[in-house]
Design a protein. Sequence first.
Length: 127
Amino acid sequence: MEQYLIDTNVVSDYISASFSDAAMHFMDMAIDAIPNISVITQIELLCWKTDETSEANVKAFIDDSLVMNISPDVIEKCVNLRKYKRIKTPDAIIAATALVHGYTIITSNEKDFTNFSGLKIINPNNI
């Protein structure tokens, strides 16, 4: 069974039900098996300035998720990615986390993660 690493922008669209019915169905399937997020995504989600209801929904999503911390293997992969490609550190950590664990990234920002050998990406907007 394929494992996924969910990017911050996708969580926002999922919680607000902004995706098409097909994309929402896909996201329901990906999230029903424990959702995986990077510690970077956790930080980004908790930094949102939003109303109390949305904040509670975000915290509940995080509580239901497996938060992938930055391990030595992720650090090494991140450093290698940043040495050879122009990528922001948070995106490099997310990409490295996916590569180290063999996860497919679910993101609406494909451009942030293009041209990395072995990195699989799914954009729910294309489903």
